[in-house]
Unconditional design. Structure first.
Length: 140
C-alpha cells in the first residue's frame, strides 16, 4: 500500500510472512484471538528495530522506525537513552497508537518526542491520512 506513495529513491524494510491459505487462516485466527497483557518486551523489540535501521541507514534518507502499538509495554531508561541518541544520529522514531485506553498515551508521546518523530493516535477515520503522511516522511 505505501509503495504507491514512495518516491523513486525511497526504500522500506518490512517483515513479510508467506503461507498456504489454510496455514494463513490459522495464523490469522491466532492473531485475532490475542489479548494485550503487557508482556511485550519493548526493550528487545525497539533495540532490534534500531539494529535494522542502522544496517540500512541511508545518508540524507528518511531513516525512521515506525512503531504501531497498543501501548502495552514498558521500556527501561537504557532504551530511552538509545532512542534519544539514535535521534541525534538521524534515526527517528514515530509511534502510531492503536490503544483503546489512554493510560499509555503520555509515555508513548514522550518516546516519540525523544525519537524526534511523530506521534499519532489512530482511528478508523484517520488511518489513511496519518499512515500515508508518515510514509512520505512529513513532519507534523
Amino acid at each position: 500500500m505505501t509503495e504507491a506513495y514512495q518516491r523513486p529513491d525511497d526504500q522500506t524494510r518490512q517483515l513479510k510472512i508467506y503461507a498456504e491459505l489454510e496455514e494463513f487462516r490459522k495464523i490469522q485466527n491466532t492473531i485475532e484471538s490475542q489479548k494485550p497483557e503487557g508482556k511485550t518486551n519493548g526493550d528487545q523489540g525497539i533495540a532490534k528495530a534500531y539494529e535494522v535501521c542502522r544496517q540500512n541507514w541511508i545518508k540524507g534518507g528518511n531513516n525512521r522506525i515506525t512503531l504501531a502499538t497498543d501501548g502495552e509495554f514498558s521500556v527501561t531508561p537504557q532504551t530511552q537513552a538509545l532512542i534519544k541518541s539514535s535521534a541525534e544520529q538521524e534515526m527517528f522514531l514515530s509511534i502510531f497508537s492503536f490503544a483503546k485506553n489512554s493510560n499509555s498515551l503520555d509515555g508513548l508521546k514522550r518516546l516519540a518526542q525523544a525519537g524526534k518523530g511523530n506521534f499519532e493516535t489512530i482511528t478508523y477515520s484517520n488511518i489513511d491520512v496519518k499512515l500515508m503522511s508518515e510514509a512520505q516522511g512529513k513532519k507534523n
